[in-house]
Design a protein around this ligand. Structure first.
Ligand code: AMP
Ligand code: MG
Length: 420
């Protein structure tokens, strides 16, 4: 049995960032760019109208002061239309937002500045425009002012959220080179397990760990590969493990304790997976197993055998699997682990002799107050998923310690509390 800090260090040492992958722009959403996105062309690619109105010559307005200017409309341009008809002093092009400025168009006078109901003027008719605060070049986005062809519009390391995806599309990037989505195979072991769709008969237990781990992987931006349930038979488990070892990470649950049918560690080793540790001084989650399969021409597959009790599974996922996924995905070190914060307890909590304990709590943050409060949740032990639902934090209780209401305790923040 090893200490938690040592176990975490061993996981960090075994995990190295996966090489970046080139993929379709949308598939890279939520991940970091490994290479800059460069623009294939100027944006805008031509001078663009930013208001509905009239494209005019400077000369007509610079001298006008507070007087209205009367112009002849020479062309009417909707977005998408282009025209070679030039705007000269004394004339204007009627133009809509997003249309290309015709030759000679130097500024836009908005449609609201038309007087005497002349805004609807068609080509050939006269329009009177009153624009006392005229600025040269107003309401025109000139070619290349957002970015020029060849410019790096998104540097390497940029996180691709909605705005960055839009900008990459503007720059003509259909594909990008980004940190890869970590592929995580998930296998639930146990002869008692049935799919959640089944009504469990006597002695059967619904597989909650499969969907739960898949959800945790997805929330971290990984690709969950569910392998379903394997009964506690060596050949069944071996076949499923062989399949899972093709992924970047294999997460098993169940079968790692000391019972007669806890076959997982032996089978993993028979499959060539090298054990890094088995059993960590920790509650819940003591029987956790970690190893790696070295592969030719690929990075090692990291293998986590998590204890089957759902709360143990989740706590071990948060402690051990989360940083591994973060490292493989090339994320900065500060984001690998759940954030640790101090919080003031609103109730009592009691640790365990000889092992640090992680207990569910609800975190709140009083408005205008940066202090976190931790409300211990009713929790009956490592099979109690209901007590974990809604747990925004885990209280880290050192071995042998106990705390009362008002004491300050360290918490792992799972989700940021809503201010209230
Ligand atoms: P094990 O770690 O295999 O000894 O399992 C410990 C406990 O967790 C047993 O009560 C199992 O029935 C339960 N368990 C194991 N795997 C799952 C699972 N995938 N979903 C729900 N409960 C499970
Ligand atoms: Mg079992």
């Amino acid at each position: 049995m090893i200490e938690l800090v040592d176990a975490l260090r061993l996981v960090e040492e075994a995990a190295t960032p996966l090489p970046p992958r080139r993929e379709r722009l949308l598939d890279a959403c939520g991940r970091r760019l490994a290479e800059a996105v460069r623009a294939d062309s100027d944006s805008p690619a031509w001078d663009r109208a930013m208001m509905d109105g009239f494209a005019v010559s400077h000369a007509d307005f610079e001298a006008a002061g507070d007087r209205a200017v009367e112009l002849t409309v020479v062309v009417d341009l909707a977005a998408g239309a282009t025209s070679e008809v030039a705007v000269r002093p004394g004339t204007a092009a009627r133009i809509m937002t997003g249309a290309a400025i015709p030759p000679g168009g130097e500024a836009i006078v908005p449609i609201e500045r038309a007087v005497d109901g002349t805004a609807a003027a068609a080509a050939g008719s006269r329009v009177r425009l009153h624009e006392p605060s005229f600025r040269p070049g107003q309401h025109i986005a000139r070619r290349g002012t957002a970015f020029a062809a060849g410019e790096a519009v998104l540097p390497a390391g940029s996180m691709l959220t909605a705005a960055e995806i839009g900008l990459a599309a503007e720059a003509g990037a259909t594909h990008v080179v980004a940190a890869p989505r970590v592929r995580v195979a998930i296998l639930s072991t146990g002869s008692e397990l049935v799919d959640a769709a089944a009504v469990p008969s006597h002695g059967q237990t619904r597989n909650t760990n499969g969907p739960m781990v898949a959800a945790a992987v997805s929330l971290l931006g990984g690709e969950a590969i569910p392998l379903g349930i394997a009964a506690d038979r060596p050949e069944t488990i071996r076949a499923a493990i062989a399949q899972g070892l093709a992924a970047d990470v294999l997460v098993l649950s169940g079968g790692v304790s000391a019972g007669d049918f806890d076959l997982v560690p032996g089978i993993l080793q028979a499959c060539g997976v090298q054990q890094v540790f088995h059993k960590v001084r920790l509650k819940p989650g003591k029987p956790v197993w970690f190893g790696r399969l070295d592969r030719e021409g690929a990075q090692p597959t990291l293998v986590f055998g998590l204890p089957g009790n759902p709360a143990s599974t989740l706590v071990c996922f948060e402690l051990f699997v989360r940083p591994a996924i973060g490292i493989l995905a090339g994320q900065p070190a500060a984001s690998w682990h759940l954030p640790r914060r101090k919080a003031v307890l609103t109730g009592r909590c009691k640790g365990a002799a000889g092992r640090p304990v992680f207990l569910p709590c609800r975190l709140t943050e009083a408005s205008g107050d940066r202090e976190l409060r931790a409300e211990p949740l009713r929790w009956t032990g490592s099979s109690d998923l209901r007590g974990l639902a809604g747990a925004s934090g885990l209280m880290a209780v050192p071995a042998g310690a106990s705390f009362d209401a008002g004491d300050t305790i360290e918490v792992l923040v799972r989700t940021l509390p809503s201010v209230g």
